[in-house]
Design a protein around this ligand. Structure first.
Ligand code: HEC
Length: 131
């Protein structure tokens, strides 16, 4: 004798999107979000793209390959643990200074695309040092 009502009894309720709420997938996504949050404390800062474009930073620098200028990784390695480095670098980005990597100094903001505020210099240096 067939029992047609058994199937209805085992069918589980589904959320509108088709993925059952509380499913493995949903729980994995939640766990992943937590991991990403924890990791971001040590990861690169978000790229301040508008500033970088406006100042043409990537014209001479790349993030990991020395080209016309030291790479941002090299710069970060060199200065990351030096206490006053970021102040020095912000000052240098805004007003220039003597070369630390060779003979070629970095051009002044006026020659890169316009004046650079203290706040923008800080954003850029923090981003470089996070690489
Ligand atoms: C025209 C090429 C050029 C452009 C554009 C340029 N740089 Fe540089 N940058 C250099 C060179 C060359 C050096 C190495 C100079 C030196 O020895 O101090 C350098 C060095 C640096 C340093 C390390 C300075 C030091 O004292 O060690 C930082 C930080 C830096 N650049 C960030 C930037 C940022 C941020 C931008 C965009 C706002 C930028 N650069 C745009 C050529 C450039």
């Amino acid at each position: 004798m067939p029992h047609p009502h058994i199937h209805a009894a085992i069918a589980r309720p589904r959320s509108p999107g088709g993925i059952p709420t509380g499913s493995i997938l949903m729980r994995a996504a939640a766990a992943l979000a937590v991991c990403l949050q924890a990791a971001s404390a040590f990861a690169e800062l978000p790229e301040p793209s508008d500033l970088i474009d406006q100042q043409h930073c990537m014209f001479c620098h790349t993030s990991d390959a020395p080209f016309l200028a030291p790479s941002f990784h090299q710069i970060a390695e060199r200065y990351r643990d030096k206490p006053n480095a970021s102040t020095m670098l912000e000052e240098k980005l805004r007003h220039g200074g003597k070369a630390h990597w060779g003979d070629m100094a970095m051009p002044l903001p006026e020659d890169r695309g316009g004046p650079l505020s203290a706040e923008d210099a800080r954003t850029l240096v923090q981003w470089v040092l996070s690489q």
